[in-house]
Ligand binder design. Structure first.
Ligand code: BJ8
Length: 435
């Protein structure tokens, strides 16, 4: 990576703390990613993006800003990327998947709060994230209580605009959500000084849909046995989707899919055929949170799909492209962005149905429920997940964890025991550990 010290200094980063953060990444990345055997060649682009994680993309954002552009930070898949693009802005996802700045975060938040919230607060208050410092506006949402209240706190340190997300999906909720989408559009126009037009929004919808289509293509290819790509690599791609340039990213995912199609044709996989296949469901895994996928895939299994916001909830639904009037397109955006089956909704039965369908479509032997500590919505909803999987006769392993590595050994033991159980039930061949 080139020397970006001057840029980081100008952004007001705490250079010492930031250097420590960057030092921690390369060894982890080597172990989790580069040591994998038989990776697709086209993962090179995504490796490059990570090697430049606080460099090149941040520099692009600074160039965009110096020509008058505005950068908008987001924390949830309910915030429409197409609206930000249509207003002439650029979006960056700011959820963080690393324990950092904990002491600073705990000075303003309770200790027992979801690690995702603590992490983004820690990143902001410790001034170690150049993406945070590049944002002209942060868009929060009232999904879970922790986030809702944390955005009030964050408002003391950066400009924050919070959308009210409904808790149900009935007609009244839909009307509220459409109003929220319109209000966000007005706030974005005020920020960028650019009116959202029908043509501009239609174009932005097409761009973001093209990204979702590329990710859907990737997901489809993972149905093959052996899968042509690991779950870890797929997760990395979903994580990068939140902040890379939309058109470049789409082209790179499609290039990767061309290669994966060829691998599937030739029967080339990232693991041997018959390797136990698992679906992961639950809370998002923000970059660089790779702990559980790494343990699963070095214990002799492969992840073939993710019912996560860093997974199917991000790409499965497209925004409708029909309608020429701005009002119609705005409605399309609102409809699409009330779709993700987040546990913040009640009831959330479609998530359970989709999960069972996913298990069958991806020929998975079992499901791992992954819930971040102190995340009440997902922790409580695990009861429904368990009930529905039991009815469908699908084995489930429930994991509750945080961003620390203290429980890594214990998680490995539990995951290996789960794989043995699958083997004993005749669901898969006996799994061999690859750690
Ligand atoms: S649509 S999952 S991205 S809210 S893990 S902060 S829910 S306490 S991240 Fe999420 Fe949007 Fe829902 Fe997806 Fe709260 Fe739970 Fe923490 Fe969470």
């Amino acid at each position: 990576m080139a020397d970006y010290t001057k840029m980081w200094e100008e952004l007001g980063l705490d250079l010492e703390a930031h250097a420590k953060l960057l030092e921690a990444l390369p060894p982890t990345y080597y172990d989790v990613y580069l040591k994998q055997e038989n990776r697709p060649q086209n993962m090179e682009y995504f490796d490059f993006v990570v090697s430049e994680i606080h460099g090149l993309r941040v520099q692009e954002l600074q160039e965009f800003r110096s020509s008058g552009g505005k950068v908008v930070g987001t924390f949830c898949v309910f915030v429409p990327e197409e609206l930000i693009l249509a207003a002439g802005g650029v979006y960056v996802g700011l959820c963080a998947g690393l324990e950092a700045g904990t002491a600073k975060a705990e000075a303003v938040l309770p200790r027992n709060i979801c690690p995702l919230i603590k992490s983004f607060m820690g990143f902001k208050l410790s001034r170690i994230c150049p993406y945070f410092e590049s944002c002209d506006l942060l868009v929060g949402e009232t999904t879970c209580d922790g986030k809702k209240k944390a955005f009030e706190v964050l408002g003391d340190f950066a400009p924050v605009y919070t959308m009210e997300t409904p808790q149900k999906k009935g007609p009244g909720d839909w009307a509220l959500w459409l109003e929220e989408i319109r209000a966000l559009a007005a706030r974005l126009e005020e920020l960028t000084g650019q009116k959202i037009t029908a043509d501009g929004l239609a174009e932005a919808i097409r761009k973001v849909n093209a990204k979702r289509r590329a990710l859907r293509r990737l997901a489809e290819l993972r149905k093959a046995d052996p899968p042509p790509i690991s779950g870890r690599d797929a997760l990395l791609i979903y994580q990068i989707a939140f902040y890379d340039d939309v058109e470049r990213f789409t082209a790179q995912v499609n290039a990767l899919c061309d290669e994966l199609e060829e691998r599937v044709r030739q029967g080339v996989g990232v693991v041997p055929p018959g390797t136990p296949r698992l679906v992961v469901t639950g809370t998002p895994m923000a970059i660089p949170n790779w702990k559980v996928p790494y343990i699963i895939e070095t214990s002799g299994a492969v992840i073939v799909a993710e019912e996560l916001c860093t997974g199917s909830r991000y790409y499965e639904m497209l925004t409708a492209e029909n309608g020429a009037a701005l009002g119609d397109l705005m409605s399309n955006v609102a409809l699409r962005h009330l779709e993700p089956d987040c546990a913040c909704f009640t009831p959330n039965s479609r998530r359970l149905e989709k999960l069972v369908t996913m298990v069958h479509e991806y020929r998975a032997a079992g499901v791992v429920s992954y819930v971040l500590a102190f995340c009440d919505p997902y922790a409580v909803e695990t009861y429904q997940v368990e009930k529905s999987l039991k009815r469908a006769n699908v084995p489930l392993l429930k994991i509750e964890t945080d961003y620390g590595q203290q429980d890594a050994g214990q998680l490995r033991t539990r995951i290996q025991a789960f794989l043995e159980l699958l083997a004993n039930n005749g669901r898969v061949a006996a799994a061999g550990s690859k750690s």
